[in-house]
Design a protein around this ligand. Structure first.
Ligand SMILES: [Zn+2]
Length: 157
């Protein structure tokens, strides 16, 4: 994927990540089998995994507006009202669900969409969702402090 050139060479090539999105205005969108969903303005945090060496192309995909919609998160990231803020990349860990639940325990995080992104969950019971919402300002430092990581800002591309 040509977008790969846009990332710094130090970007980890694989691992867990927390994609951070800002939704500017209320949006209503059909999310596959989850049906019609309302997204409130605020910050959204999506926890995923990219197998080595796919991290750059995965982030490029999340940041792109034009793509073939395949995953739940694509229904959100393709919207004009949804701005990709960046991603916290978590090196040296492999349990996406454990990281997901840690993010969900951060101050102000709530699930607004049960089942979103959690169809591939390895945790039992399944995570409520792999997408978290916070009405508060995005505090990347707090996330980094809690999950130990590397922040990539979407605008640095
Ligand atoms: Zn999970």
């Amino acid at each position: 994927m040509p977008q790969r050139r846009l990332f710094p060479p130090t970007l980890p090539k694989g691992g867990l990540y927390v994609l951070i999105l800002r939704v500017a205005r209320p949006v209503r969108v059909t999310v596959g089998r989850l049906g019609r969903q309302d997204f409130k303005p605020g910050s959204y945090f999506y926890v995923g995994t990219a197998k080595t060496p796919r991290m750059p192309s995965r982030l490029a995909r999340h940041f792109a507006k034009t793509k073939t919609v395949r995953w739940h998160i694509d229904y959100l990231t393709e919207l004009d009202a949804v701005e990709p803020v960046g991603a916290v990349i978590v090196a040296g860990r492999t349990s996406e669900c454990a990281l997901n639940m840690e993010v969900g325990r951060l101050s102000g995080m709530v699930t607004t969409m049960p089942g979103f992104g959690s169809s591939d969950c390895t945790r039992r019971p399944r995570c409520p969702a792999h997408l978290w919402f916070s009405a508060a300002e995005i505090n990347v430092a707090a996330i980094e402090r809690h999950v130990g990581s590397w922040f990539f800002h979407a605008r640095q591309r």
